[in-house]
Design a protein around this ligand. Structure first.
Ligand code: ATR
Length: 292
């Protein structure tokens, strides 16, 4: 591990600097570069992280570039998270089950893919709220790619049950089926929510309903919520979604999505460097960049 002492954004870049980045299309909106460069500075790592606009037809070449140029690690974002799996050497068990990779580690030319989205979400939920997931009844709203990673990560914490509720019920049932060996997991339609409502301890919205600019929308009805339920949303623009506002008005504890972004990056940082991620500094940088 090469460490530097400088503090400025580009201080200490030299011929030993290790390179990192994010591949996406589009990618210019990504806050990963400011967050990870702050993390490197904070931890004294001699590394630099940049954003690469990689078109789908160039993904294979871009991945070969990781090996050729000796990048230590890369994050992969939309639309490449599934396709990139074809181009790397090893895939971690969780990423294989989820069917998507968002973090690549280059170990002497061998590229291994991980998925830190779901585990990042759960670490943020636990660290920010103190919730114990073991024995809880969890309602996951949505059955897309984000839900997959989150259901996988939640199931590892031994909840009593996970219901997956989706607008298209069949997708929820399919997702539940894929993970049935991991616990008591069932798929339902939105019309099934009120029937289970009373036993739910935690609601997690994994859809993008309510994300800016549609800030007045909630993915589900909230009239069944009671103050004992914790409500969590993976959206972080806005930091407090309509769903969370309604839940808060009922007296529920709420948890927003910014932490998921921070901790998926924190895991990537830890896989690449072996150091604990400076989470507070990372959060401060991202929050600062979001100020109007
Ligand atoms: P992601 O990778 O972000 O999860 P996705 O795989 O396209 O994206 O999944 C989107 C999820 O949001 C799905 O669960 C989708 O429900 P359907 O399977 O019924 O399409 C859900 N979703 C999208 N728009 C929605 C809406 N207006 N109301 C409720 N759910 C919605």
């Amino acid at each position: 591990m090469e460490r530097v002492g400088g503090n400025g954004p580009l201080a200490g870049i030299d011929s030993r600097t290790v390179l990192y980045g994010v591949f996406g299309d589009p990618v210019r909106h990504s806050k990963s570069p400011i967050m990870l460069n702050r993390a490197f500075r904070e931890a004294g790592v001699n590394g630099v992280y940049a954003a690469f606009h990689v078109k789908p037809e160039e993904l294979g070449d871009a991945v070969r570039g990781i090996r050729a140029l000796g990048y230590r690690g890369v994050n992969v974002t939309l639309p490449h998270k599934v396709e990139v799996m074809k181009h790397i050497d090893e895939i971690d068990e969780g990423a294989r089950l989820i069917g998507a990779v968002n973090t690549i580690v280059n170990e002497n030319g061998v590229l291994t893919g991980y998925n830190t989205d779901g585990i990042g979400y759960v670490r943020s939920l636990i660290e920010e709220t103190g919730i114990t997931l073991a024995g809880r009844n969890i309602l996951v709203v949505g059955a897309g790619g984000a839900a997959r990673g989150i259901v996988y990560a939640l199931a590892k914490h031994n909840p009593r049950s996970i219901w997956i509720a989706n607008r298209t019920k069949e997708r929820a049932v399919e997702l539940a089926d894929d993970f049935k060996s991991y616990g008591d997991i069932a798929g339902i339609g939105f019309d099934g929510i009120s029937a289970i409502g009373r036993s739910v301890d935690l609601v997690v919205n994994t859809t993008l309903v309510g994300m800016a600019p549609n800030i007045g929308e909630s993915p589900i009805e909230t009239d069944w919520l009671t103050p004992e339920v914790m409500v969590s949303d993976i959206i972080y623009t806005p930091l407090k979604t309509e769903l969370l506002k309604r839940a808060e008005a009922i007296g529920c504890r709420v948890h927003g999505g910014l932490g998921m972004f921070i901790y998926q990056g924190a895991y990537a940082f830890e896989y690449w460097t072996g150091l604990p991620a400076p989470v507070a500094a990372m959060r401060e940088t991202v929050l600062h960049s979001m100020q109007p």
